[in-house]
Design a protein around this ligand. Structure first.
Ligand code: SAM
Length: 236
């Protein structure tokens, strides 16, 4: 995946590249009763924040990470060392077999149904996919929510998202929202990065920084309405 250099610069040196927190991983691991010598893949792992949590939560698991961005893969490798095998690749072409495919804020690149259908072939028997995905909390959200999600018009409420999961031949084991604090922490980190890059930014860089600031200010208008749903799904 080729991103403009300005995006690479902005999304370098961040703890993570989207909202989420260690509690999400720990909740999924506990809820699914996972442990032992599992094979786990973080699809769209970014710079490896969730791989680090998975490594702590599943000390005997074999961990793999896949991301399309070489600079993020390099950061994840620095972070994980020999604890995980992280590679540049296409998460739409996973081979497995995996007991768990973890995917925070990245499945929309493949499409929920299409992505899950592909991953069903990469799961071990009884294997699970855990993914977080944009979701609307109601049919009548404030204007700021529509503005925030304007580049993702396919967003639905929980029922719509779960229908896409069912269409792929999966059943939902459990779900919970990712809302509020994890988004605030993510955007605080991004805001610090923006401030650090402002001095000396050329026109192209300044435009990218402004767009990111717009995203952050839209989130601040509706922090209790902008959410991901973290879904645990097993092949039916
Ligand atoms: C919003 S970021 C989330 C990163 C990480 N999971 C996190 O929560 O910090 C989405 C990630 O998906 C990756 N990505 C998008 N399409 C991909 C693909 N087809 N194969 C592998 N990675 C992909 C991007 O490079 C990016 O790192």
């Amino acid at each position: 995946m080729e991103l403009p250099a300005e995006f690479v610069t902005l999304y370098t040196g961040l703890d993570r590249q989207g909202p989420g927190e260690p509690q999400d991983v720990n909740w999924a691991v506990a809820r699914l009763g996972l442990g032992g010598g599992l094979r786990v893949c973080d699809a769209g792992c970014g710079s490896g924040a969730d791989l680090q949590t998975l490594a702590a939560a599943l000390p005997d698991a074999w961990l793999e990470g896949v991301d399309a961005m070489p600079h993020l893969v390099a950061e994840a490798r620095d972070r994980l060392g020999s604890r995980a095998d992280v590679r540049v690749g296409d998460m739409g072409a996973l081979e497995g077999p995996f007991d768990l495919i973890w995917c925070a804020g990245a499945l929309y690149f493949l499409g929920v149904t299409e992505g899950l259908r592909g991953w069903s072939r990469a799961l071990a028997p009884g294997g699970v996919v855990a993914f977080s995905h944009p979701v609307l909390l109601s049919d009548a959200e404030p204007e700021a929510v529509a503005a925030f999600w304007q580049e993702y018009p396919a967003i639905t409420r929980r029922e719509g998202l779960e229908a896409q999961v069912a269409q792929a031949g999966f059943e939902v084991v459990d779900r919970r929202h990712v809302i509020g604090l994890p988004w605030g922490r993510y955007y605080d980190g991004l805001a610090r990065r923006i401030e650090a890059l402002k001095p000396g930014a050329d026109a192209a860089m300044a435009a990218v920084l402004e767009a990111a600031e717009r995203e952050i200010s839209l989130w601040h208008k509706a922090p209790d309405r902008i959410a991901y749903l973290l879904v645990l799904a097993r092949a039916a």
